[in-house]
Design a protein around this ligand. Structure first.
Ligand code: R5P
Length: 292
């Protein structure tokens, strides 16, 4: 007997299949398409259970993936689902959680309201860029962390790692990873001059840990790659034996991967919270544990 139904939106189908496998639950087939004029269509092809889990990241193309998610939730509700857990591995629009300039829309709040009002009963997301996004929801929301699978990935490829946060924002996250790996960590100081341009300096502490070690830069997001490119240059200057790059959400705008390799990275790995050519670290297990 099916007790929990797992549904993956088109941005997260493979991940949903892996989560269903981890949980030993049924993956419900879904048809999604775009009409010739660009409008979205979804059809859920299975009997709806009372308890349903929907998995859909809302990364690029953000608006299409978001609309699809809203269609799935609302449709499930009208087909009889009572409890709809919504897993949003990457929460798009999460970086505009406040008004940086007068008159700006607080996109994260608007998106949160839309998802909640469509009928979600609970949200699970991974490494929200700003934890404060949780405050926009009136339903339970859990912000889980991909530290364990990233630490496992690093442990499998290096026995002499040092973990580097490319800015202060990533410090807590990298510290957790270094605790799991029982290795040193350090961080860099970053100032963002524009969406495409950042300036990076060494912080006062612990940069000497890098010399002769495999440095792993770990960030929540890689977008243009500017943050990582700057960090690689500093770590090489300070004698890193190799520099590898890990992130939770590989957004990877345009030629970010090329830029990072050109800067001297040994490898790049992200989680499958977003589909990309470097999404080799699975978050299926941590999602399955959060659903249980
Ligand atoms: C910023 O606070 C984030 O943690 C990332 O460092 C940032 O989003 C990366 O952006 P980019 O790859 O464009 O430098």
């Amino acid at each position: 007997m099916v007790i929990l139904l797992i549904i993956g939106g088109s941005a997260s189908q493979k991940l949903a299949a892996e989560v269903a496998k981890e949980l030993g639950e049924y993956l419900c087939p879904i048809e999604t398409k775009k009409f010739p004029d660009g409008e979205r269509y979804i059809r859920i092809k299975g009997n709806i259970e009372k308890k349903v889990v929907v998995i859909q990241s809302t990364g690029y193309p953000q608006d299409e993936n978001l609309i699809e998610l809203l269609f799935i939730i609302k449709n499930l509700k009208s087909l009889g689902a009572r409890e709809i857990k919504v897993v949003i591995p990457y929460f798009g629009y999460g970086r505009q959680e406040k008004r940086f300039k007068e008159g700006e829309a607080i996109s994260a709040e608007i998106v949160a309201n839309l998802i909640e009002n469509s009928g979600a009963s609970e949200i699970i997301s991974i490494n929200l860029h700003e934890d404060s996004v949780r405050n926009f929801f009136n339903i339970p929301i859990e912000n889980i962390s991909a530290t364990a699978p990233i630490a496992e990935y690093i442990a499998n490829i290096s026995n002499k790692p040092v973990i580097i946060a490319p800015d202060k924002g990533a410090l807590g996250f990298t510290e957790e990873i270094s605790k799991i790996l029982e290795c040193n960590f350090s961080y860099l100081k970053k100032v963002r001059l524009s969406p495409e341009k950042v300036e990076t300096k060494i912080a006062d502490i612990n940069i000497d840990y890098v010399e002769g070690h495999d440095a792993f830069i770990v960030d929540d997001i890689i977008a243009t790659g500017g943050t990582i490119v700057n960090a690689i240059a500093i770590l090489k200057e300070h004698g890193a034996k190799s520099v590898s790059v890990c992130c939770v959400h590989p957004i990877l705008v345009n030629d970010a991967i090329l830029k990072i390799y050109a800067a001297g990275a040994k490898s790049i790995a992200g989680t499958d919270s977003l589909k990309s050519e470097v999404s080799s670290i699975s978050v299926a297990k941590i999602i399955a544990n959060a659903i249980k």
